[in-house]
Design a protein around this ligand. Structure first.
Ligand code: ADP
Ligand code: MG
Length: 702
């Protein structure tokens, strides 16, 4: 079946071989379809005519109808300009051109009626319009493309490009003259009817040439729905496919290990959210399929305990378990926490990291292989080839965004019989709209409740110039027995980063907080793991009152007595990082504070980030705001997920409702016809191949 949209752009009137080549090069447009899908980025309202005498401000663009006369040039050389008078029924204003002067003088017919459009400037007591759009009303009528909303196209990022917005608009008009028959539909008729969507032909036309607001909205809704629908259809198909294929271990019993711990050693009652998530995980263990579940919970929401309870169920069923953490410090902390939780239980727990000695390693390897080790905690060292579990049943990955996809796969391979169940824990809350698109293949549980008695952290913005006041506040707090983090913006992973800020800061702090009254720890990414650990431990034990650090402490560290977090050059951190850092405090009984230090000079975005931090401590709200500021492409996790989130027309900030609808329709379709093999769904199968063969990454989400 031939499709008019596949026609080479070369055959469009006004194009030809040479322009076709530039179109391809500069805009990636090589077919009619490419042009049809080159959507305008905005529209200007030409539904209304103004009179020259109505112009009151330079805030809005105006459209006027009248005649142009009295051309004269003013100024010399580069300052030369062309000035003319534009007169309508009620009055007149000046028009000005700085460029293309000759061409304007030659092509404008004096005394003839024109429609002009542009932005008024106020100058010397009256309004003028520079470089107005000029149209011949008779031509506009003849072309048959009279529309009130005039589309504006983004122009190529190329020097001296001939493709202005107007030039593109003209090509689009030619396109619609060339398209005489309906464009083949890309959605099944029953979906279009059920949702009362515009047809593809109408929508593509109206997105370029809308007659009114209503039509434009309907066109947008149809095209956005379609985009989101195909993404969801693809994700859901992939997920169903995987579920069918992936057999998993069944953990039938909740036995003695779990019950003893739960009834005797659980130090506090679970929150409602923790209970709910444990139930969801338990249900996964009974399905007979391998489960992959993402647990989202704000910092301090108690994810570790949920992981531990799940591991106890696995152990009850005769399986081994592991927790993999992104840093040595965090692995260590998990080890200490879990060892402490289980101190009265007859379970074997070990820590394996890059700095385990050869002797420790041998003992651990042996106990893993003979099955006597119940819980192994560690860093990447866990997935090395010489770590051979006898029967790994559940793997927990903490702080997912630091792990790549390949590493998850390595964990799957750690059990030769069937892949272990996987729990991924993340403290970077992702807006629901995004996670549905991003982690479509993971089931999601949300711990949306903090343990009782937590006081929200008070967040304060302070300028560098007021540092003395901040230092005084720190001294007062330390006098009351509190501890303080002071964090500098360095990126742990980067190689050539500059330690100057940190070391200067550290030296200044030593001077302002001198021994013996004060002791200061320092931790940064360049230290050896055992040095880091030593410094960290001094702080944990309360031997030091101040911890100067880079973002190595961002993840996981738990020192309940530390109640103040000072973030230096806070404008250099992203929102999610600021939120993570703030999560290090507020874990004990006393009121905690987060102090964001900045210079007076701040970019608008940085100022907004700081405002948001001062306004809320809700991780989900923060991530919604983050999404608004940065756009989905930059969200944490997108890079690793392998999901290209290049949405063409839909927008996850505003189209959450449509996304839900798209997902539910896609799910219905697959319930009735899992392989999309009925005739009415043929169009779906074809279209899906077209879309996703272009972007093969899609099916490699995990
Ligand atoms: P995160 O979700 O950030 O990993 P953690 O698991 O480290 O949070 O828990 C934060 C703190 O809250 C820990 O000290 C933990 O012992 C405590 N905690 C966890 N669950 C509860 C609960 N139900 N009631 C009280 N405290 C809890
Ligand atoms: Mg944690």
């Amino acid at each position: 079946m031939s499709n008019i949209l596949d026609t080479s752009i070369m055959y469009l009137s006004g194009v030809g071989p040479q322009r076709a080549e530039s179109l391809q090069k500069e805009l990636g447009i090589s077919t009619f379809g490419d042009l049809a899908y080159y959507f305008p980025y905005k529209y200007v309202d030409k539904s209304k005519f103004y009179f020259t005498t109505d112009i009151r401000s330079d805030a809005v663009n105006v459209q006027l109808k009248g005649v142009i006369s009295n051309f004269r040039t003013e100024g010399e050389g580069r300052k030369q300009r062309l000035v003319a008078r534009f007169t309508d029924e009620k009055g007149s204003i000046e028009l000005i051109w700085f460029k293309g002067i000759q061409w304007i003088q030659q092509s404008i017919i004096k005394g003839k009626e024109y429609i002009i459009y542009g932005k008024p400037n106020y100058y010397n007591g009256s309004f003028n319009i520079a470089h107005p759009d000029i149209e011949d009303p008779i031509k506009v009528q003849q072309s048959g493309f009279q529309c009130n909303f005039s589309a504006q196209y983004s122009v190529p990022d190329v020097k001296n490009s001939k493709f202005t917005s107007k030039a593109i608009a003209r090509l689009v008009q030619n396109l619609w003259k060339a398209i005489a028959t309906p464009i083949p539909e890309t959605l099944p008729r029953y979906i279009i009817e059920r949702l009362r969507l515009m047809t593809l032909t109408d929508a593509l036309r109206a997105i370029h040439l809308p007659k009114n607001d209503e039509q434009l909205n309907a066109a947008r809704a149809r095209l956005k729905f379609e985009e989101l629908f195909y993404i969801q259809l693809n994700i859901l198909r992939f997920k169903r496919d995987k579920m069918e294929k992936s057999h998993g271990f069944v953990f039938k019993t909740v036995g003695e290990v779990f019950n003893t711990f739960y009834s005797k050693y659980l130090p506090f009652p679970l929150t409602g959210a923790q209970k709910r998530v444990v139930k969801e995980i338990r249900a996964d263990f009974l399905t007979g399929r391998q489960s992959n579940r993402l647990i989202q919970g704000d910092v301090g929401s108690g994810k570790t305990l949920v992981a531990l309870l799940s591991m106890l169920i696995a152990i009850d069923n005769g399986f081994q378990t592991c927790i993999m953490a992104p840093t040595e410090i965090l692995a260590h902390q998990h080890f200490e926490t879990i060892k402490d939780f289980l101190k009265d239980m007859p379970l074997k727990v070990a820590l394996l990291t890059g700095s385990s000695t050869a002797k420790e390693r041998r003992a651990i390897h042996a106990a893993i292989e003979d099955g006597s080790m119940n819980i192994l905690i560690g860093t990447h060292a866990l997935i090395e080839d010489d770590v051979k579990f006898q029967n790994l049943g559940l793997a927990v990955i903490d702080e997912q965004h630091r792990f790549g996809v390949a590493q998850r796969a390595k964990l799957y391979a750690k059990n030769k019989v069937l892949p272990p169940h996987v729990l991924v824990m993340t403290a970077t809350p992702i807006p629901r709209t995004l996670s549905m698109t991003l982690y479509g293949d993971l089931d999601i549980s949300i711990i949306d409740e903090l343990p009782p008695g937590r006081k929200p952290v008070k967040t304060i913005h302070s300028y560098d110039a007021k540092r003395l006041m901040v230092w005084k506040f720190l001294r007062d707090q330390i006098a009351e027995g509190r501890q303080v983090y002071i964090v500098y913006p360095l990126i742990e992973e980067s190689k050539n980063f500059d330690y100057k800020d940190l070391t200067d800061g550290y030296n200044a702090i030593l001077k302002d907080f001198p021994p013996p009254k004060y002791n200061v720890s320092i931790v940064h990414g360049r230290m050896k793991p055992d040095e880091k650990d030593y410094e960290m431990q001094r702080f944990v034990k309360g031997e030091t009152q101040i911890m100067v650090a880079t973002t190595v402490i961002e993840v996981g560290v738990n020192v309940p007595n530390a109640s103040i977090m000072v973030i230096e050059s806070a404008e250099k951190f992203g929102l999610s990082q600021l939120h993570q850092l703030r999560g290090r405090v507020g874990r004990g009984a006393s009121q905690s504070y987060c102090i964001l230090m900045t210079d007076y000079k701040l970019s608008q975005d940085a100022r907004r980030r700081i405002e948001i931090m001062c306004e809320t401590t809700d991780g989900f709200k923060i991530s919604e705001e983050d999404l608004k500021l940065r756009g989905p492409g930059d969200m944490d996790g997108t890079q690793q997920s392998g999901t290209p989130l290049q949405l063409h027309i839909a927008d996850l900030n505003h189209d959450g409702q449509l996304l839900m609808q798209a997902r539910s329709v896609a799910s219905d379709v697959l319930d009735k016809d899992p392989t999309l093999s009925t005739p009415e769904n043929e169009v779906l199968r074809i279209r899906q191949n077209v879309i996703f063969n272009k972007e093969q990454n899609w099916s490699r989400i995990s």
